[in-house]
Structure formats: structure tokens, C-alpha cells
Design a protein around this ligand. Structure first.
Ligand SMILES: Cc1cc2nc3c(=O)[nH]c(=O)nc-3n(C[C@H](O)[C@H](O)[C@H](O)COP(=O)(O)OP(=O)(O)OC[C@H]3O[C@@H](n4cnc5c(N)ncnc54)[C@H](O)[C@@H]3O)c2cc1C
Length: 428
């Protein structure tokens, strides 16, 4: 059966796919963007109702457009973020086809390029960009068996407190998602326990500047190596309620009971590692380290930013940290729900090419994979710390588009097109 042909198929129309389309379009490279749902679908239907962007609107956007309806220092709601990308796609006239799922990609045999099978027929393309997201498949560690509590959900399935049955909630994971969900549940009047692992918790603002600005001027968004042991960026920040620093002491003061890493479950009892104080202390040290680096930057550059000595004062550890709970009888504590804010895994089952290492992870450098012609975009630490964030993926996409343009140049080389060079004419 004849198939459609194009130069580049971009799979996924989240922020990565839209950024990719912008750069390919600017270089005049024919392409299509295939999206199984709607543009920026994950922002619309895989986030909780009250979520706002973690970064301010001046920062968490593409260079080519501001948020039309959010003040620069405000935090866009999840719907505003999704609308932003839909409007951006329209502005750049991105050739996005929604409702088309890519089911497989295979290299052609005996000729270059790939056969892309989709829910609406096949497409032949010379290049494929996998822009299917950094957070594809929700991961729930197999700790608590089904049925042990009435509800166990992943953070991507959490919507609001009313969704959960009456009773206490155990939230596992204290990155941006877990912390914000625990806070919202506590404010709704629930008893909440929060299992806290290693984390980074920069100040929301320091000396009048957002942490996004500090990470920028200090060059930390450009860091190329993940912190030891961190599979992805575990920054606990919040834009909720106008934005505030994630402060575990303040959370405990509102009644959230902090516990260490969730370790095991046995006969109705959940057990926690004795690592809570260490995790809090390491998070504090990173927080204070950023304040010190910011102070040094202010000094070195002679900036006139207001001093903020009180930001360095953390206060005493709450009792749940000094005398941590190591076990919880779920029924006795009235826990009816567990929310697992424990991250995501990749799922490239549709990408049947030699672009993965022996552990099944994308084998790539700055998005250029080991399989010539296949690219990845949007992954944590693809090129640097900012890679999976809105502003960072735009810059990675430019690199990938350039790479495709250079490769097209080689593929287009044909000596038959050249006039015979003078130097090649034999001397008589
Ligand atoms: C709770 C949460 C809050 C976040 N907040 C921020 C923030 O404030 N600021 C920030 O910069 N970043 C934030 N991020 C990180 C990041 O910006 C988002 O994860 C973002 O959605 C990633 O965009 P993406 O385009 O790389 O992937 P995705 O948004 O996941 O887009 C991938 C698209 O590919 C589609 N797709 C997948 N498989 C196929 C297929 N086989 N065929 C066709 N289509 C397919 C999906 O439907 C999806 O629309 C947040 C992440 C989470 C989880």
C-alpha cells in the first residue's frame, strides 16, 4: 500500500514537539507532528486541577511568545499552559495532526529512512524525532498490595481532595508533586503523612529574585551532570498560592506528619527508613548553599538587591523529624488512600530501532541517538539540567534541528549534479 512521505516525523505535540516544529519550519525542513491526543495533552488531563506552573510566566515559556493572560511574575495554571502551546502551534503554523498515534517506527531495509506506522496509515520519513515526554509511564513501586487500602493512585491520577474517600492520606514522595498534593490535602482538612526522600528545595525568591533567575545567572540550569543518584530533576518548588518556598518545617507546622523513605509493607503496617532527619538536613544544606552562592554573585557584581538575613534562619526541627515515626498501621491511622508521587518511566515500545543502550535507555548525546536519523527530545538532562523544562527544551530542539539540517546536506550531496571542475581537466 502506498504511504505518505515526509522528511521528518515528530512524535508528540507537547512543548518538545512544538519547539521542534518551530525550528524545523525556520530551516524550511518539511515535517509533520503526530499527536495521539491533543496539543499539550498531559497539561490538560494528566495533572491535578489546581496545578500551576512551577516557574513564573516570564521564565517558563518559549522566547517567541509571552503568556497573554498571566503577569510576568505570575504562575500560569495548567490550562493556561496547555492553551499557550496550542496558540503557539497556531502562531508558527505547526503541521500538527491530532488524534494520530504512532504505533511503530522501523528502519527501512536496503534504503535510508524509516517506516512510521500510525493509527491512520503509514508514513515514510528520513528522520524521526521522539518527543513523547520525559514523564511517560507513571511508576508505583510494588510495596503495598492491591486492596490493602481502599485507594492507591499515582500523582498523575490525582485531581483534588474530593476525589479521595474520607480518611487520612499517605503521600509518598516529596518532589514538587508530592509536596504540593500533601499541602492541598492538609488544607482541605485531611490528616496527611508525607514520606520524604532526598530532595533539592531552592528558595522560591531570594533578595527579590525568583530561583529560576538565580539558577540562570549562576549557570546552574546549564549543569550537564545530574546530582549523584538523581535520575531526574528532583527540585521541590511550588507556584501554588502565588508561589512560596517549599519548607518542610512549615508543612509540619500545618499538621503534615513527615516520615522517611517508604521502605516496606507487612500485614497492614507500612515501614519507613530512619533517614528523615538526614534528608531534611541535606535539603537544607542545598538551600543554604544556593543562598550563599547568590550572596557571592551579588557581591561580585555589585548588585543592589535587598539583603535577606532571615532567609538563612531555618528554625528548629519539628518533633516528627527529631523523633521520627518508623512504622504506621494503616488501619489504625485511618489511612484510606495512598498517593504515590514517585515519578515516571520511559516507554518507547513503539520505537523499534537501535537507539537504546543495554539497559533500554535512550543511547543519545544532546538528543542525537545511536541510530542515525533518530532523535530524542525533552528528556531530563538530555543536554543539561534545563532540558525537560519548557524553556530548556526549546534550545535543545534548535540543536536537533541543526543536526538534521547538516545531515540532510550530506545526504543531498551528489557529484553527478556538479559541473566538471577546471582542476579536474587534464593538462595537455
Ligand atoms: C506535575 C508536573 C508539573 C510540571 N511543571 C512544570 C513547570 O512548571 N515548568 C516546566 O518547565 N516544566 C514542568 N514540568 C516538566 C515538563 O515541562 C512537562 O513534563 C512537559 O509536559 C513535558 O513536555 P514534553 O513535550 O517533553 O512531553 P509531554 O508533555 O509528555 O508530551 C508528549 C506528547 O506525546 C504524545 N505521545 C506519546 N506517545 C505517542 C505516540 N506513540 N504517538 C503519538 N503521540 C504520542 C502524548 O500524548 C503527549 O501529548 C512538569 C511536569 C510535571 C509532571
Amino acid at each position: 500500500m502506498p504511504s505518505e512521505e515526509t522528511e521528518v516525523v515528530v512524535v508528540g505535540a507537547g512543548q518538545a514537539g512544538i519547539a521542534m516544529s518551530e525550528h524545523l519550519g525556520a530551516l524550511g525542513i518539511p515535517h509533520i507532528v503526530l499527536e495521539r491526543n491533543r496539543i499539550a495533552e498531559r497539561w490538560r488531563s494528566e495533572r491535578w486541577d489546581s496545578l500551576v506552573a512551577n516557574g513564573p510566566a516570564w521564565h517558563d515559556r518559549f522566547p517567541g511568545m509571552e503568556f497573554p493572560d498571566v503577569a510576568p511574575d505570575g504562575f500560569a495554571s495548567k490550562e493556561q499552559v496547555a492553551d499557550y502551546f496550542a496558540a503557539y502551534a497556531e502562531k508558527i503554523d505547526a503541521p500538527v495532526r491530532c488524534g494520530v498515534e504512532v504505533t511503530s517506527v522501523r528502519r527501512h531495509t536496503g534504503r535510508s529512512g524509516f517506516r512510521v506506522e500510525t493509527s491512520q496509515g503509514a508514513v515514510d520519513a528520513r528522520f524521526v524525532v521522539a518527543a513523547t515526554g520525559p514523564f511517560q509511564r507513571p511508576v508505583i513501586p510494588p510495596v503495598v498490595p492491591d486492596g490493602a487500602v481502599p485507594v492507591q493512585i499515582h500523582s498523575s491520577g490525582y485531581r483534588n481532595p474530593q476525589q479521595l474517600p474520607e480518611g487520612a492520606v499517605m503521600v509518598v514522595g516529596a518532589g514538587s508533586s508530592g509536596v504540593q498534593i500533601a499541602d492541598e490535602l492538609r488544607r482541605s482538612g485531611r490528616r496527611v503523612l508525607l514520606s520524604v526522600g532526598p530532595h533539592d528545595r531552592p528558595p522560591r525568591q531570594y533578595r527579590g529574585r525568583d530561583f529560576c533567575w538565580w539558577l540562570g545567572v549562576l549557570g546552574l540550569w546549564d549543569a550537564q551532570t545530574p546530582p549523584q543518584g538523581a535520575a531526574h530533576v528532583t527540585i521541590a518548588v511550588s507556584g501554588a498560592r502565588g508561589g512560596h518556598t517549599v519548607d518542610f518545617r512549615a508543612l509540619a507546622a500545618t499538621g503534615v506528619e513527615l516520615v522517611g523513605m517508604t521502605a516496606s509493607y507487612d500485614d497492614g503496617v507500612l515501614r519507613f527508613a530512619p533517614d528523615l532527619a538526614t534528608n531534611i538536613a541535606l535539603g537544607d544544606e542545598k538551600y543554604l548553599g544556593l543562598l550563599r552562592a547568590a550572596d557571592a554573585y551579588v557581591e561580585r557584581n555589585g548588585l543592589d538587591l535587598p539583603e535577606e538575613p532571615q532567609a538563612h534562619v531555618l528554625g528548629p526541627d519539628p518533633e516528627c523529624v527529631t523523633d521520627p515515626r518508623l512504622a504506621l498501621d494503616l488501619a489504625d491511622a485511618g489511612v484510606t488512600s495512598i498517593v504515590w508521587a514517585t515519578g515516571f518511566a520511559a516507554d518507547y515500545g513503539w520505537l523499534d530501532v537501535d537507539a537504546f543502550d543495554e539497559n533500554g535507555r535512550p543511547d543519545q548525546s544532546r538528543g542525537v541517538s545511536a541510530e542515525p536519523g533518530v532523535y530524542f527530545l525533552g528528556l531530563p538532562w538530555l543536554s543539561r539540567r534545563g532540558s525537560s523544562f519548557i524553556w530548556g527544551v526549546w534550545h535543545d530542539a534548535r540543536y536537533v534541528a541543526d543536526h538534521i539540517a547538516i545531515r540532510r546536506g550530506y545526504l543531498a550531496y551528489d557529484t553527478a549534479d556538479r559541473p566538471v571542475a577546471a582542476a579536474a581537466t587534464p593538462n595537455s
